[in-house]
Design a protein around this ligand. Sequence first.
Ligand code: HXC
Length: 259
Amino acid sequence: MTFEFIKTRIENDKVAIITLDRPKQLNALNTDLMIELGQALKDYDADIHIGCIIITGNEKAFAAGADIAAMKNYDFADVYATDFITKDWEIIRQIRKPVIAAVSGFALGGGCELAMMCDFIIAADNAKFGQPEIKLGIIPGAGGTQRLPRSVGKSKAMDMILTARMMSAQEAEQCGLVSRVVPLDKLMIETIEAALTICAYPRLAVLAAKESVQRSFESNLSDGVMYERRLFHSLFSTYDQKEGMDAFINKRSPLFKNK
Ligand code: HXC
């Protein structure tokens, strides 16, 4: 499939890289872009050769938010009847393989929310995060009021969402919004390295690990721990568990088969 608003490529035969590609609009996220992103994510999730997916932008912007020019004339009937956001933005939540956001430049509004929908964020040292929707007379609409406080705590989330101030990459790392900050020119190298590390592990364990961590956001502690325990138990039925443990005991490299 050819795309207009994203670029796709595959690294080392196993890491899929999706680059948001509306540079003149700082990668403002319109419906067509989100449909393309959803399609690419679904295709890579279904491709057995792919072990990890990266979403990135360009040096100036990961994405400066939902496309304000496209939204400005919408009224309630338009957004409610068409299920604006829900319809095209939530596909990423169905993706079972790890999705890493590699963020440089602005990640604002829906751009910050998209990054937070990924499994973790690696930021370049020039990254800036923010939820400035309040300046436009709206509030975050793709999970920002829910995911940001879970990530950085209530006080900082309120500060960001109510004052619309931007957060530097360093502050984002300190408060746990991003997992690591790297020099801008190392962003893709380090993110691909992280993705390749994940790809080298048994696929079933990777899927189960992601599913279990995600569950922690959807359940109370005892339900979450039980969910984890059952997934943990189920991995003892896999070839790769036997292989991984045997390889360790016999001091050799494991040969995983993803089964
Ligand atoms: C449409 C956008 C845009 C956006 C930037 N552009 N952000 N177009 N939607 N979100 C366009 C500008 O209009 C401009 O087009 C070009 O990109 C370059 O932007 P400049 O403003 O000239 O660049 P700069 O001075 O460097 O400022 C960068 C910026 C600023 C600070 C990021 O562009 C900005 O504040 N953007 C809006 C950020 C925002 O409010 N995001 C939240 C959107 S609402 P021209 O044609 O003039 O060159 C949202 C709701 C989410 O995301 C709800 C659910 C998803």
